[in-house]
Write a protein that binds this ligand. Structure first.
Ligand code: SF4
Ligand code: SF4
Length: 143
């Protein structure tokens, strides 16, 4: 298995009893995410929805409302190589203000809102969204 570079920014979630963000996930994957996960032996056509359904994006597939990679114990079965968006969650980009914020859908959003985030973490969120848009040039948020 090819690990993601451990120096890459991430946001640590210590709420081990929660896997809410892995239910009905709409996480989008970059080319780099796809290649890393495929190197571990998975097929993007199995772990993602058909891009024709998602405006051209590769988006994680859910099985019975659970992310393809969520195991029975509520853990991510590809934790070390999970998509960058999963590593940065609950930090997300608010597209209307271009600000990095805590996702209101996170169960522990109030706790996360009180934490401080590094410049690298914030830059990583912007960079992720830029990469996704560059890789999907036909997509428009006004659609
Ligand atoms: S890839 Fe892992 S962390 Fe990301 S939504 Fe799926 S189970 Fe959760
Ligand atoms: S929803 Fe929030 S608290 Fe729950 S696992 Fe995801 S990031 Fe952690």
């Amino acid at each position: 298995m090819i690990d993601i570079d451990e120096d890459e920014p991430k946001v640590k979630c210590g709420f081990r009893d929660c896997h809410q963000c892995c239910l009905d996930t709409e996480m989008l994957l970059t080319t780099s995410d796809l290649e890393r996960i495929e190197k571990a032996g998975f097929d993007r056509n199995e772990f993602c929805l058909d891009p024709k359904q998602t405006g051209g994006f590769w988006q994680l597939r859910n099985i019975n409302g659970r992310c393809f990679f969520l195991d029975e114990k509520g853990r991510c079965s590809i934790y070390r190589i999970r998509p960058l968006g999963c590593r940065l969650y609950p930090l997300i980009l608010a597209l209307d203000t271009n600000e990095v914020i805590i996702d209101e859908d996170c169960r522990e959003k109030e706790w996360f809102k009180e934490q401080e985030y590094t410049k690298d973490q914030v830059i990583s969120v912007h960079s992720l969204v830029s990469t996704l848009l560059l890789e999907n040039p036909d997509y428009s948020f006004s659609d």
